[in-house]
Design a protein around this ligand. Structure first.
Ligand code: NIG
Ligand code: FE
Length: 407
């Protein structure tokens, strides 16, 4: 058998099942054939045959390409000045209520050209790729009008072409009530359901809603889910971030792939998620940045076997974060995950949140050859280190997309 690439002198965290933890193989070899993984195992057992190219991993750790399953990477402007206000005691909710917050990013995003949006998002995405990210989910939601939401979707497509990274697309038209619909949020929901979802359903993979007292109510959320489902979109939801609205349970009834944030979810909500196989996406960056006090009920997720994913939530207002590795650290220090659970959160469980479990997220034969090589001796170092970049090489579908200057 002939292979294209042979990677050796590595240990491999295959992440093949949550029961096997890291699924670690010492002194491993991985063989790549085209865009797929052809073989993974002990180097001593590797099939005979040649590979066009051999990569010496220098004793590093190979993982599946990392998956950032919840981001808002495409937006105009910055909210650094609001950060200063947050630090001196003005709350996130107060800022949004006076027309700042998400709405200030909406103004900047409407004013930005497609090229500007794409370029800024490409810079952000390249920071993630350098840390091993090979699949990213990106949401709309800073347009809140037909034209700007469409522009954001176009920027996602541009990004995908420019980087070769898989960009899974989420329509989050119901992110905030735009200024021009102030006190007419039902009319805005009508626009989302009757105009935007039918027009954009062919271009995106999922629909999302920010269900919260400062955004949309549970009945409004339900209307969006119904419209999304009618148009073949899978559901995900910003749920129980600042209060318990029951959005995670509602989303689970709609067979949602994920419910995200979840600081305020109760046991019944967790049980409903477990019943419907909905993944919990944990976002420690937003928790940290907003200096929240209540952490998601990690023990309940464990007890009910709800898969836990971890993501940057990269966005200008609650998590201006461009490091998936830092999120591993924060998932452990702030939310009390183990380093093993944290790595599962950006691999095998992140693909569950995106419905991509047959394609990527683990190192095993037949999966897409999305891989990241880190200059670490043990997988726990990925969550242990704060800052700096441990990643030395990244492959997307068998092709190198990043190589560190110093390995
Ligand atoms: O995931 N919760 C709502 N949406 C984003 C924040 C968006 C913003 O503040 O710009 C989040 O935290
Ligand atoms: Fe978010």
């Amino acid at each position: 058998m002939k292979y294209d690439v042979r990677i050796e002198n590595i240990s491999a965290a295959t992440m093949t099942s949550t029961e096997s933890g890291y699924g670690l193989i010492d002194d491993a070899a991985v063989l790549v054939q085209g865009d797929k993984i052809g073989w993974v195992g002990k180097r001593s057992e590797a099939p005979a045959g040649t590979a066009d190219k051999t990569v010496d991993g220098n004793g590093g750790l190979l993982t599946p390409g990392l998956i950032d399953c919840h981001t808002h990477l495409i937006y105009g402007g910055s909210r650094a000045s609001e950060f200063e206000e947050l630090l001196t005691g003005t709350s996130y909710t107060e800022i949004l209520k006076r027309g700042g917050g998400i709405l200030s990013t909406v103004r900047d995003t409407r004013n930005a050209s497609l090229e500007e949006l794409t370029k800024a998002a490409n810079r952000r995405l390249s920071s993630l790729i350098k840390e091993g990210v090979t699949t990213v989910e990106i949401k709309t939601g800073y347009g809140l009008d037909f034209e700007t939401e469409r522009k954001i979707i176009q920027a996602m497509k541009n990004l995908e072409k420019q980087t070769d990274i898989t960009v899974k697309k989420t329509f989050l038209g119901a992110h905030a009530v735009p200024r021009e619909y102030e006190k007419k949020s039902d009319a805005y929901i009508e626009l989302v359901c009757n105009k935007m979802i039918p027009a954009f359903a062919g271009d995106v993979d999922y629909a999302d809603v920010f269900c919260e007292s400062i955004a949309f109510s549970l009945p409004q959320t339900k209307r969006v889910f119904e419209a999304a489902q009618q148009h073949g979109l899978k559901i995900r939801v910003h749920a129980e971030q600042l209060s318990n609205m029951g959005a995670a349970s509602l989303a689970s009834e709609f067979g949602a792939l994920s419910a995200d944030h979840l600081e305020y979810i109760d046991e019944a909500g967790v049980r409903n998620m477990a019943d419907r196989g909905t993944t919990a996406v944990l976002l420690p960056g937003a928790f940290y940045f907003l200096r929240e006090k209540k952490i998601p009920p990690i023990d309940l997720f464990r007890r009910y076997s709800v898969p836990m994913a971890v993501s940057t939530d990269s966005n200008p207002g609650s998590s201006p974060c461009l490091s998936i590795l830092l999120m591993l650290n924060m998932a452990c220090t702030l939310f009390h995950l183990t380093p093993e659970e944290a790595l599962q959160g950006v691999t095998i469980n992140a693909v569950k949140a995106l419905g991509l479990e047959n394609e990527c997220g683990t190192l095993e034969k037949g999966k897409t050859a999305d891989m990241a090589l880190f200059n670490v001796k043990s997988p726990a170092e990925l969550a242990y280190t704060m800052g700096g970049n441990l990643c030395v090489k990244v492959w997307k579908a068998g092709k190198p997309v990043f190589s560190a200057a110093v390995e």
